[in-house]
Design a protein around this ligand. Sequence first.
Ligand SMILES: [Zn+2]
Ligand SMILES: [Zn+2]
Length: 236
Amino acid sequence: MLGEAAQKVAQWVFGGTCFLCRGAAKKRLLCEACDADLPRLRQALCPRCALPSAGAEVCGQCLAHPPHFDAARAALAYRFPADVLLQAFKFRGELTLAGFFAALLVERLGAAPRADYLVPVPIAAARLRERGYNQALEIARQVARATGIRLAPGLCERVRDTPPQTDLPWSERAKNVRGAFRAPLALDGAAVAVLDDVMTTGATLGEIAATLKSAGAAHVSAWVVARTFPPAEDAR
Ligand SMILES: [Zn+2]
Ligand SMILES: [Zn+2]
């Protein structure tokens, strides 16, 4: 739980220094220069998969093979320094970054994002034990607070542990997560936003979207802090 009090603790812990360069940062985690360096996604993106697409039209890949989620929104490209911040958050327990990522995502979502429920991607039980927290849930708490959307982690459960997606080639990731989730409650036409820290192939978010839809969800959005671009796209 990271409310105003925790933000104050963060200011105290970081002592007014930038999380990245240790330069002066007034009231924020990053100094102005590092904040300006964040790879915010401002170019035209496909509304379905959040990869670059001319005129922000649905891209050819999504037309040919529509993902199970209906929309995707991402705040940042997954490259320096976003990758450094997300890795510190995920692997070094820098939980004060949750509010920072949530604010970037909320800024990206704009006015009145549409969803009845906000569901963080559940992590494997073994990883939860080892890490002590689910990074997606920590961000989702803050996004729920800022948007008023109901936080509903219970709508999606992980039914089996899978090897981490990052250990696998992209082509094997969809198979790795197939059947890994369960939606225990009827969703009766609800619009659900699924939140994760990083989207790479979209395999996990796609599998969860399919699971939620089979439980009756009418619309599923994928909301992520950062989007990995395929190598060719990353040069743009
Ligand atoms: Zn800085
Ligand atoms: Zn697309």
